[in-house]
Design a protein around this ligand. Structure first.
Ligand SMILES: Nc1ccc(C(=O)O[C@H]2C[C@H]3CC[C@@H]2C3)cc1
Length: 227
């Protein structure tokens, strides 16, 4: 890993750790009473907060703000769902103190979400948990997801591809260093990105069904997902 790459990792990990969901949101998950409506409102708050965290984090990705302005928006809108699931998978898979994990899981299960979406989502959470990613790997993998050139409406495909490729190179070297016994570890991480795209598809259907049943969204969620 070159000196520049070490600086890149540090910048990204610091930004990733700096921008977290506020304590008051996660505390609410423990306090509020259980009902499908209350659970849905809490998930809406969690999702909204995660999108805000994502926007702030993305601004700290070296090179992101030098991209075309409209491409920055296209990358954020295209990656929000995947970045959110990565982040919540990491939150859920980390053994949170006194069973917070179960509480969030419980609220997700009882929020009016259809089972056909629930199953792949929890399978994803489990598969992320089993990887035991280091904080560096989590932050770089999220960055790679955000810098996906194939998102809809991206104009300067090459500019985004260059940024993503340098991140992929960093992640590959990190995996070799941090998981020497697992030569396939890097490939397994990239496999998670494929699983994320499937979730992205399910998520769009989940949004539509929630909207149809007149569930309330926040303006930010409506804007980021065009609902
Ligand atoms: N009104 C909405 C509420 C929640 C979501 C959502 O995607 O929730 C995600 C955040 C984490 C918990 C459930 C998933 C993962 C979308 C619209």
């Amino acid at each position: 890993i070159t000196k520049e790459q070490r600086a890149l990792i540090k910048a990204i990990v610091d930004a990733y750790n700096r921008h977290q969901i506020p304590q008051d949101v996660t505390k609410k998950l423990l306090q509020e009473q259980y009902s499908a409506e209350e659970n849905f409102l809490l998930l809406t708050e969690v999702a909204t907060s995660q999108v805000q965290v994502l926007v702030e984090f993305t601004k700290n990705i070296p090179g992101f703000l030098s991209l075309d302005r409209e491409d920055q928006i296209a990358l954020l809108k295209g990656s929000a769902v995947e970045a959110m699931f990565l982040r919540s998978a990491q939150v859920l898979s980390k053994k949170m103190p006194n069973g917070h994990t179960e509480v969030l899981e419980e609220r997700i299960r009882k929020s009016g979400m259809s089972d056909e979406f629930m199953t792949p989502m929890f399978n994803f959470y489990k598969s992320i948990g089993e990887l035991h990613m280091t904080p560096e790997e989590q932050a770089i993998l999220t960055t790679i997801t955000i810098l996906t050139p194939e998102r809809p409406y991206v104009k300067s495909h090459e500019a985004v591809e260059r940024l993503q490729e340098s991140m992929l190179d960093v992640l590959r070297k990190l995996c070799v260093l941090q998981h020497p016994q697992e030569p396939q570890y890097f490939a397994r991480l990239l496999g998670r990105l494929t699983e994320l795209r499937t979730l992205h598809h399910y998520h769009a259907e989940m949004l539509t069904s929630w909207k149809t049943n007149d569930h309330k969204f926040t303006p930010l969620l409506c804007e980021i997902w065009d609902v």
